[in-house]
Design a protein around this ligand. Structure first.
Ligand SMILES: Cc1cc2nc3c(=O)[nH]c(=O)nc-3n(C[C@H](O)[C@H](O)[C@H](O)COP(=O)(O)O)c2cc1C
Length: 134
Protein backbone atom coordinates (compact mmCIF):
# COMPACT_ATOMS: atom_id res chain seq x y z
CA UNK A 1 0.00 0.00 0.00
CA UNK A 2 1.59 3.30 -1.09
CA UNK A 3 0.75 6.93 -0.48
CA UNK A 4 -1.00 9.28 -2.87
CA UNK A 5 -0.50 13.04 -2.54
CA UNK A 6 -3.75 13.13 -0.54
CA UNK A 7 -2.79 10.30 1.84
CA UNK A 8 0.89 11.24 2.37
CA UNK A 9 0.09 13.06 5.63
CA UNK A 10 -1.84 10.03 6.92
CA UNK A 11 1.07 7.74 6.09
CA UNK A 12 3.60 10.12 7.66
CA UNK A 13 1.54 10.23 10.86
CA UNK A 14 1.92 6.44 11.13
CA UNK A 15 5.71 6.73 11.50
CA UNK A 16 7.49 7.29 14.82
CA UNK A 17 8.74 10.85 15.31
CA UNK A 18 12.38 10.02 14.47
CA UNK A 19 11.32 8.59 11.11
CA UNK A 20 8.94 11.45 10.38
CA UNK A 21 11.94 13.80 10.59
CA UNK A 22 13.59 12.44 7.46
CA UNK A 23 10.71 10.59 5.77
CA UNK A 24 8.69 13.78 5.23
CA UNK A 25 11.09 14.48 2.32
CA UNK A 26 10.54 11.06 0.70
CA UNK A 27 8.83 10.78 -2.67
CA UNK A 28 6.61 7.88 -1.58
CA UNK A 29 5.69 6.32 1.75
CA UNK A 30 4.24 2.85 2.03
CA UNK A 31 3.43 -0.11 4.23
CA UNK A 32 3.96 -3.76 3.43
CA UNK A 33 1.01 -5.94 4.42
CA UNK A 34 0.96 -9.70 3.94
CA UNK A 35 -2.39 -11.16 2.87
CA UNK A 36 -2.77 -14.21 5.11
CA UNK A 37 -5.39 -15.72 2.78
CA UNK A 38 -5.20 -16.98 -0.77
CA UNK A 39 -7.79 -14.40 -1.86
CA UNK A 40 -7.37 -15.25 -5.54
CA UNK A 41 -7.90 -18.96 -4.86
CA UNK A 42 -10.12 -20.55 -2.23
CA UNK A 43 -9.54 -18.21 0.70
CA UNK A 44 -7.46 -20.78 2.58
CA UNK A 45 -4.53 -19.77 4.79
CA UNK A 46 -1.22 -18.88 3.15
CA UNK A 47 1.42 -19.97 5.66
CA UNK A 48 4.12 -18.24 3.60
CA UNK A 49 2.39 -14.87 3.30
CA UNK A 50 4.96 -12.94 5.33
CA UNK A 51 7.85 -14.69 3.59
CA UNK A 52 6.35 -13.84 0.19
CA UNK A 53 5.86 -10.21 1.22
CA UNK A 54 9.51 -9.94 2.27
CA UNK A 55 10.55 -11.28 -1.12
CA UNK A 56 8.22 -8.80 -2.85
CA UNK A 57 9.72 -5.96 -0.83
CA UNK A 58 13.22 -6.99 -1.91
CA UNK A 59 12.09 -7.19 -5.56
CA UNK A 60 10.66 -3.68 -5.25
CA UNK A 61 13.92 -2.44 -3.72
CA UNK A 62 15.96 -3.91 -6.58
CA UNK A 63 13.57 -2.42 -9.14
CA UNK A 64 13.85 0.96 -7.43
CA UNK A 65 17.65 0.82 -7.68
CA UNK A 66 17.36 -0.06 -11.36
CA UNK A 67 15.30 3.11 -11.77
CA UNK A 68 17.84 5.18 -9.83
CA UNK A 69 15.68 5.38 -6.70
CA UNK A 70 16.36 4.30 -3.10
CA UNK A 71 14.18 2.48 -0.60
CA UNK A 72 14.38 2.52 3.20
CA UNK A 73 12.58 -0.02 5.38
CA UNK A 74 11.23 0.99 8.79
CA UNK A 75 10.13 -0.85 11.91
CA UNK A 76 9.53 2.49 13.63
CA UNK A 77 5.85 2.69 12.77
CA UNK A 78 2.59 2.90 14.70
CA UNK A 79 1.97 -0.84 14.86
CA UNK A 80 -1.09 -0.33 17.06
CA UNK A 81 -2.81 2.22 14.78
CA UNK A 82 -1.80 1.32 11.22
CA UNK A 83 -4.49 -1.27 10.42
CA UNK A 84 -7.33 1.00 11.53
CA UNK A 85 -5.87 4.13 9.91
CA UNK A 86 -5.38 2.37 6.57
CA UNK A 87 -8.59 0.36 6.63
CA UNK A 88 -6.82 -3.00 6.68
CA UNK A 89 -8.49 -5.96 8.41
CA UNK A 90 -5.96 -7.22 11.01
CA UNK A 91 -7.39 -10.74 10.75
CA UNK A 92 -6.51 -10.93 7.07
CA UNK A 93 -3.51 -8.63 6.70
CA UNK A 94 -0.27 -8.93 8.69
CA UNK A 95 1.64 -5.66 8.89
CA UNK A 96 5.29 -6.30 7.99
CA UNK A 97 7.02 -2.88 7.83
CA UNK A 98 6.86 0.67 6.65
CA UNK A 99 9.03 2.00 3.83
CA UNK A 100 10.05 5.12 1.97
CA UNK A 101 11.12 5.51 -1.66
CA UNK A 102 13.00 8.53 -2.85
CA UNK A 103 16.09 10.05 -4.37
CA UNK A 104 19.47 10.38 -2.69
CA UNK A 105 20.08 13.64 -0.81
CA UNK A 106 22.84 15.05 1.34
CA UNK A 107 22.98 14.70 5.16
CA UNK A 108 22.77 18.51 5.46
CA UNK A 109 19.06 18.36 4.61
CA UNK A 110 18.37 16.00 7.53
CA UNK A 111 17.07 17.19 10.91
CA UNK A 112 19.00 16.27 14.04
CA UNK A 113 19.67 13.64 15.37
CA UNK A 114 19.53 11.93 11.96
CA UNK A 115 22.15 14.31 10.54
CA UNK A 116 24.67 13.58 13.30
CA UNK A 117 24.24 9.86 12.66
CA UNK A 118 25.52 10.35 9.10
CA UNK A 119 28.70 12.28 9.99
CA UNK A 120 30.80 10.24 10.27
CA UNK A 121 28.87 7.48 8.56
CA UNK A 122 28.75 4.31 10.67
CA UNK A 123 28.60 2.19 7.50
CA UNK A 124 31.48 -0.17 6.96
CA UNK A 125 33.26 0.29 3.61
CA UNK A 126 31.74 -1.95 0.94
CA UNK A 127 35.13 -3.55 0.31
CA UNK A 128 35.11 -4.75 3.93
CA UNK A 129 31.91 -6.74 3.57
CA UNK A 130 31.87 -7.68 -0.13
CA UNK A 131 34.54 -9.55 -2.05
CA UNK A 132 34.45 -10.54 -5.70
CA UNK A 133 35.59 -14.07 -6.39
CA UNK A 134 36.60 -15.68 -9.67
C1 LIG B 1 14.39 -4.69 11.41
C2 LIG B 1 14.84 -3.33 10.96
C3 LIG B 1 14.12 -2.20 11.31
C4 LIG B 1 14.53 -0.92 10.90
N1 LIG B 1 13.79 0.16 11.26
C5 LIG B 1 14.21 1.39 10.87
C6 LIG B 1 13.46 2.56 11.21
O1 LIG B 1 12.39 2.50 11.84
N2 LIG B 1 13.96 3.75 10.79
C7 LIG B 1 15.11 3.87 10.08
O2 LIG B 1 15.49 5.00 9.73
N3 LIG B 1 15.84 2.78 9.75
C8 LIG B 1 15.42 1.56 10.12
N4 LIG B 1 16.15 0.46 9.78
C9 LIG B 1 17.38 0.62 8.98
C10 LIG B 1 17.12 0.78 7.49
O3 LIG B 1 16.06 -0.02 7.05
C11 LIG B 1 18.35 0.40 6.65
O4 LIG B 1 18.53 -0.97 6.68
C12 LIG B 1 19.60 1.02 7.16
O5 LIG B 1 19.40 2.39 7.22
C13 LIG B 1 20.79 0.66 6.23
O6 LIG B 1 20.60 1.22 5.00
P1 LIG B 1 21.37 2.55 4.65
O7 LIG B 1 22.82 2.25 4.78
O8 LIG B 1 20.97 2.84 3.25
O9 LIG B 1 20.87 3.58 5.63
C14 LIG B 1 15.72 -0.80 10.15
C15 LIG B 1 16.44 -1.93 9.78
C16 LIG B 1 16.01 -3.18 10.19
C17 LIG B 1 16.85 -4.39 9.80
Amino acid sequence: MTSTPASFATFLDLLVEANQGWARNASVLGFVFADRKFSSRDGSDNALAVFDSGAAWMAMTLQARTLGLYTHGMAGIAWDRAHAALGMDPEQYALCAGFAIGVLDTPETLPEPARAMERPSPRRPLAEIWRQVG
